[in-house]
Design a binder for this molecule. Structure first.
Ligand SMILES: [Fe+2]
Length: 185
C-alpha cells in the first residue's frame, strides 16, 4: 500500500479496533504501574507475557516487530510540556490503563508558520528525548481522550492534559517499521 509523504505529514491520530482482555491489563498494572510521572522503557518480553492479546492483534494486522514499549504516566491535574518525540519512527500505538482518567486529553498543534522546529533538550539517547515548543507559536489542531486504543503520529506537536482527579497511564508501542498501512481504513 502506497502512502504519500503528504498523507504521512497530515496524519495526527486514528482510533483502532485493538481489543484486549481486561484481566490482562489488570495483571500488567499490578506488575508495572507506578502512579508516578514517568516515561519508562519496559522489557518487551515481559510486557508480551502480560498482554498476549495485544501482540496477537499486532501479528494479525501485519505490524512488524515491536521496537520499544514505554509506560507513560501523568499524575492528576498535570499538563505535559508540548513536544514532538525525537525517537526513531513516527507512529505509536497507545492503549490506556486507567479508565478513571479517560477524560484526560492529548492535544495536537501545528506551528503558526508551519515550520516544525523546537528547542531540542534531553537528548540522552535515541530512546527518550523530545523537542519542546512554546505555546504562543502554536495553533490547536485536534485532540483525543484517553479511552480507546489509538494510532498516533508522535512527530506531530502534542501534549497531554490531565485535568482529571485521577492518575493517567498509557502504554505506548513503537515498531521497527512504522505501520503506515493502518492509517487507511
Ligand atoms: Fe509524546
Amino acid at each position: 500500500m502506497d502512502i504519500s509523504e503528504e498523507e504521512k505529514n497530515n496524519f495526527y491520530f486514528k482510533h483502532i479496533d485493538l481489543k484486549y482482555h481486561d484481566h490482562e491489563i489488570e495483571a500488567f498494572n499490578k506488575k508495572f504501574l507506578t502512579y508516578k510521572d514517568c516515561f519508562l522503557l519496559l522489557p518487551i518480553e515481559e510486557v508480551k507475557e502480560c498482554l498476549p492479546s495485544v501482540f496477537e492483534w499486532f501479528e494479525k494486522n501485519n505490524i512488524s516487530e515491536v521496537r520499544t514499549v514505554c509506560l507513560i504516566g501523568h499524575k492528576a491535574s498535570t499538563n505535559q510540556a508540548i513536544h514532538t518525540d525525537v525517537m526513531s519512527g513516527c507512529l505509536a500505538i497507545n492503549i490506556f490503563l486507567t479508565p478513571e482518567s479517560s477524560e484526560a486529553v492529548t492535544r495536537f498543534y501545528k506551528t503558526k508558520d508551519n515550520i516544525t522546529s523546537g528547542i531540542a533538550i534531553g537528548k540522552v539517547d535515541d530512546k527518550i528525548s523530545y523537542n519542546y515548543f512554546a505555546k504562543s507559536n502554536l495553533d490547536f489542531v485536534t485532540c483525543y481522550k484517553a479511552e480507546n486504543p489509538v494510532l498516533l503520529n508522535v512527530k506531530q506537536i502534542h501534549g497531554i492534559v490531565n485535568y482529571t482527579s485521577a492518575y493517567r497511564a498509557s502504554l505506548s508501542f513503537r515498531f521497527v517499521e512504522d505501520p503506515w498501512h493502518l492509517i487507511k481504513d
